[in-house]
Every structure is written in C-alpha cells, then in structure tokens.
Write a protein that binds this ligand. Structure first.
Ligand SMILES: NC(=O)c1ccc[n+]([C@@H]2O[C@H](COP(=O)([O-])OP(=O)(O)OC[C@H]3O[C@@H](n4cnc5c(N)ncnc54)[C@H](O)[C@@H]3O)[C@@H](O)[C@H]2O)c1
Length: 348
C-alpha cells in the first residue's frame, strides 16, 4: 500500500512552482501543498483565473502556512517570466493553459500561444533552473476520434479540436525534450475534473458549475446532444494526489503520460439527475426540472472512460474521493460561497 501523500510531504519540505495557481485545479494544489508543510510559488496572468483564489490562500491554510506562499503575476508566454518563476524550485506543477474546446475553435492562436508556446517556455526554463521534474496537465481530449474504451494511454486517435491538438503537442514536446535534452517532465491526462472553485460564468464554463448555478436559480440546464454522451468525471482531490505522487515518484517517468480519472463512466443524463436531486435536497427550486436538449457541440468526444492502471502501477495513484462525494462537496461549496439568499434558496 502507498503511503498517504500528507505523510510523504510532511517528511520533507520542498519548493514547488504551481502555474495556473489562480485557477481551479492550481488553487487546490496550492492549498494542499501549503497545508502539508511545503514552500509554494504560484504564477498566473489571471486570463481565466481569479485574484480571489490568490487572496484567499491565507484564509484556506492559515496565516502561518501562508508564510510559505509567494505569488508572481506572470505569463507563461514570456520565457523570462518562466525563468524567474522556476528559480530555486524542486518541482513545477504546470497547470496554466487556456482550457475549453469551443474557446480553441473561436481563438486558436490564443490557445496555441498559452498552451504550446507556454509549455516550451516552461520546460526550457525548468531545465535552466535545474528543476527536478515538471508535471504538466494534459487532457483526455488527446484521445480524439479513437472509439476504443476504456482509454489506454498508448491508443490515441486524431485530435478533434485545436485544444486537443495543443495538448497532444505538449505531450510530444515532453517526450522529445526528455529523450534529446534530458528534461524530466511527465503528463497527466485529466478527464473531466470536478470540484469547488470552478467558475460557472462565461461562455466556456464547464458543465457541472453551470448546471449547479442553473438549478440554484430554478433555471433549466441545456444538455448538448441526447444526454447519452458519457464522461469519466474525476474529483479534483484525486488530481491533486496524482500530481504530487507523479512528482515524487522514484521511477523514470520522463516523457510518459498517464490517465487521471476515476476509471468509470457517467452519462450527462445521469449527471443531470444527480445534480438536480442533490440541489433539490439542499433547498433549490429544481425538483421537477427536466432538461432541454440542444445540438451536439462540434469537437466534443462522444464517450470517455479511462483505464487508470498505468498511474496506479507507476506511481501508486489511488483515487480516494468518489464522484458522489465530489458533487456533494461542490454543491455545498457553491451554496456557501454564492450566498443562499442570492440563489433564492433561503427565500423558498
Ligand atoms: N478542468 C478540467 O476538467 C480539465 C480537464 C483536462 C485538462 N485540464 C487542464 O488542467 C489545467 C488547469 O485547468 P483548470 O480547469 O484549473 O483551468 P483554469 O482556467 O481554472 O486554470 C488555468 C489557469 O491558467 C492561467 N493561465 C492561462 N494562460 C496563462 C498564461 N499565458 N500565463 C499564466 N497563466 C495563465 C489562467 O489565468 C488560470 O488561472 C489546464 O492545463 C487544463 O487544460 C483541465
């Protein structure tokens, strides 16, 4: 059995750079690392992240732990910013990127610059600063048009969107820089990540926060397609664990990629019911709400279901938080942070 990450971290404080620290996943990484005795530098340009995720750090971890936290406002499209941020770091957890398939179709240049140029800058800066390992966020979108289920790392299809192409290109740089330049970086292919602090706002918001917000207001969420599209939703706590284990594992994982998910599959129709019933139990005016169906979105994958065997074997990935727990925590956090009265729930 693998030791809990808390124990492994507390045994030895290390220096971590978290890029995308003002975002959803980055902010959870920062919080866990600080809560377990680590020194953390966060970097972000606030293009999709929030200043509140930086300002709230002392509230989440306490003033004492926040003494070990530094934030740099910087842009991964700038090599100089990356070099500055990497100075003195043991590990880089590279989360900064522009997410969303529709965004990448609307603005492919911005996606390329942050995701691909940003990755190249970060890898080369990490080498210059003698960082031990970079763990970077890849995505299940690299499976593209491959119909194979479950998804095994070595069987990928052609990318279906500029976003997917950018993530696949990041993986190629990682592999080729490992073999030619000796840069140790490892990719984690996240499947749809679930948790608090994911923004419900804007045209590129993820489905879970958007639906939670809609249910809280008694609005009817829209399902793209027939609702039988499925996803392997992954609690953010499991993603955090995977990053830390991948960084600290003793084996040679340079240039490798790993699926990070629950290893299951949930349809959008099922997700809809779980969230509707969960929000109704919490007092939202949505008990009878039936979904509206709209067209499929271009570039979306039909089904996604990961094999997580490789991450389990190579670095002891052990997803401990279930989807039900993650949805419950996310709904509770949404109601706590958005104020019950603004959602209308208290007034019911
Ligand atoms: N959330 C998911 O379900 C999911 C799934 C697969 C992969 N990923 C990947 O995980 C990573 C984190 O995603 P997230 O959901 O936390 O997204 P997010 O948008 O909440 O966080 C990304 C952060 O990166 C920052 N950023 C973007 N471009 C930057 C730049 N040029 N310089 C500096 N900072 C920049 C943003 O401001 C933001 O704070 C991304 O690489 C994303 O592609 C996420």
């Amino acid at each position: 059995m693998t030791a809990p990450i808390e124990k492994t971290l507390l045994e030895k404080p290390r220096r971590w750079l978290v890029t995308g620290a003002a975002g959803f996943i980055g902010s959870h990484l920062v919080e866990t690392l600080l809560n377990n005795g680590q020194f953390v530098v966060g970097m972000d340009n606030f293009s999709t992240g929030f200043r509140s995720n930086v300002d709230q750090v002392p509230v989440w971890v306490g003033e004492a732990a926040a003494q070990r936290w530094t934030f740099i406002e910087g842009d991964i499209r700038s090599y100089e910013d990356c070099v500055k941020a990497c100075q003195g770091m043991d590990f880089v957890l590279h989360q900064a990127a522009l997410g969303s398939v529709p965004r990448s179709i609307k603005n492919p240049l911005a996606t390329h610059q942050s995701n691909v140029d940003g990755m190249v800058n970060m890898l080369l800066a990490a080498k210059e600063a003698a960082v031990k390992r970079v763990v970077y966020a890849s995505s299940s979108s690299v499976y593209g048009d491959s119909p194979a289920l479950p998804k095994h790392e070595e069987v990928i299809g052609e990318p279906l969107s500029p976003y997917a192409l950018s993530k696949r290109t990041m993986e190629n740089y990682s592999r080729i820089y490992a073999s030619t330049l000796g840069i140790d970086s490892v990719g984690l292919r996240y499947f749809n990540v679930v948790g608090s602090r994911q923004s419900p706002d804007g045209p590129y918001a993820a489905v879970i926060p958007r639906w939670i917000e809609a249910f809280s207001r008694g609005n009817v969420p829209v399902i793209n397609g027939d609702g039988e599209t499925s996803r392997d939703f992954c609690p953010v706590q499991n993603v955090v664990q995977a990053n830390i284990r991948a960084a600290l594992c003793a084996g040679n994982v340079a240039g490798q990629v790993y699926n990070i998910a629950l290893g299951g599959r949930t349809t959008l129709n099922t997700l809809y019911k779980l969230l509707r019933d969960g929000m109704a139990e919490r007092g939202a005016p949505c008990a009878e709400t039936e979904p509206r169906y709209a067209d499929f979105r271009p570039g979306d994958i039909r089904h996604s279901h990961a094999s997580i065997a490789r991450a389990q074997k190579d670095f002891g990935y052990d997803p401990q938080v279930t989807l039900g727990q993650a949805l419950g925590m996310t709904m509770d956090e949404y109601l706590a942070s958005h104020g019950k009265s603004s959602s209308g729930i208290d007034e019911a």
